[in-house]
Ligand binder design. Structure first.
Ligand SMILES: [Zn+2]
Length: 113
């Protein structure tokens, strides 16, 4: 049900933005989701369709861009790319990593009327 609450959150953002920007319909939503957010794009689309029914975003196309995760490696002293939590540093093999990117979910782009 993780995706369901995320979709409700997205709809809330859209409704707020429609008030601020004055649009009445959303045709396309591009979402940026961090690779570590644990979100299934297919489940997102499914819930998005259900949640937006009867709203300003009914029938809108949901595009999902998965953003690669990054962590800070303490031994290397630099940023490295990781695929999932508890991955080792690809350079030195250390597990002393601090995740700095990859958990976010944000609306990157909207196509509205
Ligand atoms: Zn390292």
């Amino acid at each position: 049900m993780h995706e369901l609450s995320l979709c409700e959150g997205v709809l809330q953002i859209l409704e707020e933005q429609s008030g601020i920007q004055g649009f009445v319909r959303v045709n396309r939503v591009c979402l940026e989701i961090g690779a570590l957010a644990g979100v299934e794009p297919e489940a997102m689309r499914f819930h998005f369709d259900a949640v937006t029914r009867g709203t300003l975003a009914e029938g809108a196309i949901l595009e999902i861009v998965v953003v690669p995760a990054q962590a800070w490696c303490l031994p290397c002293g630099e940023k490295v790319s990781i695929r999932q939590y508890f991955d080792a540093c690809p350079q030195c093999g250390s597990h002393q990593l601090q995740v700095i990117r990859g958990e976010e979910l944000r609306v990157q782009q909207l196509e509205v009327e």
